[in-house]
Design a protein around this ligand. Structure first.
Ligand SMILES: Cc1cc2nc3c(=O)[nH]c(=O)nc-3n(C[C@H](O)[C@H](O)[C@H](O)COP(=O)(O)OP(=O)(O)OC[C@H]3O[C@@H](n4cnc5c(N)ncnc54)[C@H](O)[C@@H]3O)c2cc1C
Length: 415
């Protein structure tokens, strides 16, 4: 059994940020990673993926983008290098190919069982990601066997799909990007649209992220949000970083030939039933966008920034169609369904009673009810930006202080 003060599970941006903060505080620790550093970006994203946040927005504790294109968007390979270089910059104690099989409390500490030996530590930080596994609705089991089913984690490029049409389910960041790419490869695409968050790539002459950052919208604290559960469940942003960053939205997709439909409601063999809610969901997204942009306008006016801000760009009106409520897959020649329906977390290895009814870790700002057990990198953990590359750092810094105090208390109790 090997002993240390803190064990971080996962070597993505969250685990590495925490490792940096603990290193700076002189806290002995290891980072256990089942694959390699930045594994998600190596093995669970599609070939053409670029970050949807600009390069300057990749600030981590003690590390930031120093390349020649601060307004560009990293490819997945560049991000793997960026995170690997970060780990190298402070000699992060990462043990790769070390999957954690179980964590349980023992003798006032945690016993961590891995594929290559056991560890004990008084503190454990779960940094295994908010987007661990694709969330596929149970109705997927009702699809006929001849229909291929793919998720964004397994999808690589359009050539891997069987010939024929494609139904993409979900119109958040992954769904709109994949619908666009698959359609551009020459296949007919239908996009089943549920709740979504419309966002233009640029607003008043600048990248939208510049305004969200400057206006402090991404810094909004979890404890200041009236309905935190709702805020945590918001759909991801309809944004794309490819082609130097361009707007991707439903009116644009429709103009390029993607067929839009309402939310997928039910599957009965070859028949797929869709809700008649497209006008409603696009209308809601439009209203939310208008409120957000009005807030940015207020910020610009209130901070005397009108001179550096351009005029608001014209916006294509929302799609208000009444599309078909039923699709016959065979007749429509649809051979593939892409489930871009979000992600779930898997804590089957965490044998500590800290879960709610949905199997999510109960925590307050990353501090769980089990002393010394923390979680980092989840959506809106402490701030709106908590699950972004640019947002995990401040959370890690605050939690590292908590860990340090916990360890100091544990040392005093042991003395
Ligand atoms: C498709 C997609 C695009 C995104 N684009 C952006 C973007 O442009 N900008 C942005 O800021 N954010 C983006 N995000 C959000 C976020 O930055 C990523 O989800 C990011 O990967 C989160 O980092 P993380 O360290 O929290 O988790 P992850 O990167 O998922 O890292 C978790 C690590 O834990 C390891 N692990 C899991 N279980 C175990 C175990 N039992 N034992 C040991 N190791 C384990 C995994 O192998 C993995 O390496 C995107 C997310 C997705 C899904």
């Amino acid at each position: 059994m090997q002993r240390t003060d803190a064990i971080i599970i996962g070597a993505g941006q969250a685990g590495l940020s925490m490792s940096y903060c603990l290193t700076r505080q002189g806290i002995d620790h290891v980072v256990l990673e089942r694959g390699r550093i930045a594994e998600r970006w190596r093995s669970a994203t599609w070939d053409s993926l670029r970050l949807l946040t600009p390069n300057w927005m990749s600030r981590l504790p003690g590390w930031s983008y120093a390349g020649s294109e601060p307004d560009g968007f990293m490819r997945r390979r560049e991000l793997v290098d960026y995170l690997s270089d970060y780990a190298g910059s402070f000699a992060a104690p990462v043990l790769e190919d070390t999957a954690v099989h179980s964590v349980r409390r023992a003798d006032g500490a945690y016993r961590v069982v891995t594929g290559s030996g056991d560890w004990q530590a008084r503190s454990v930080i779960v940094a295994t990601g908010a987007c661990q596994h694709p969330r596929i609705p149970p109705m997927s089991r009702r699809l006929p066997p001849q229909i291929a089913q793919v998720t964004p984690s397994r999808y690589q490029n359009p050539h891997m799909l069987p010939a024929g049409g494609v139904l993409v389910v979900g119109a958040s960041a992954s769904g709109v990007q994949l619908a666009d790419e698959i359609h551009a490869s020459g296949r007919p695409v239908t996009l089943a649209v549920g709740r979504h968050t419309r966002l233009p790539r640029r607003y008043r002459g600048h990248d939208i992220m510049t305004w969200l950052d400057l206006a402090g919208i991404l810094d909004e604290r979890a404890d200041a949000v009236p309905d935190l559960e709702r805020a945590r469940g918001q759909p991801s942003l309809q944004l794309v970083g490819s082609a130097g960053g361009r707007t991707i939205d439903l009116p644009g997709l429709r103009a390029r030939g993607v067929r839009l439909a309402g939310r997928l409601e039910r599957i009965d063999g070859d028949r797929v039933f869709l809700a008649g809610d497209l006008a409603e969901s696009t209308g809601n997204a439009e209203q939310k966008l208008s409120r957000l942009l009005a807030g940015i306008d207020g910020f610009i006016a209130g901070h005397g920034l009108t001179r550096i801000a351009g005029a608001p760009e014209p916006r294509t009106p929302a799609v208000l169609d009444q599309p078909a409520l039923r699709l016959d897959l065979g007749r429509s020649d649809i051979r593939t369904v892409v489930w871009a329906t979000g992600y779930r977390r898997d804590y089957s290895w965490l044998d500590v009673p800290v879960f709610d009814a949905e199997g999510e870790i109960v925590h307050r700002g990353g501090v769980t009810p089990s002393p010394g057990l923390y979680v980092l990198g989840l959506r809106f953990l402490r701030r709106r930006k908590s699950s972004f590359i640019d947002g995990v750092g401040p959370d890690a810094e605050e939690l590292a202080l908590h860990i340090s105090m916990h360890l100091a208390g544990a040392s005093r109790a042991a003395a």
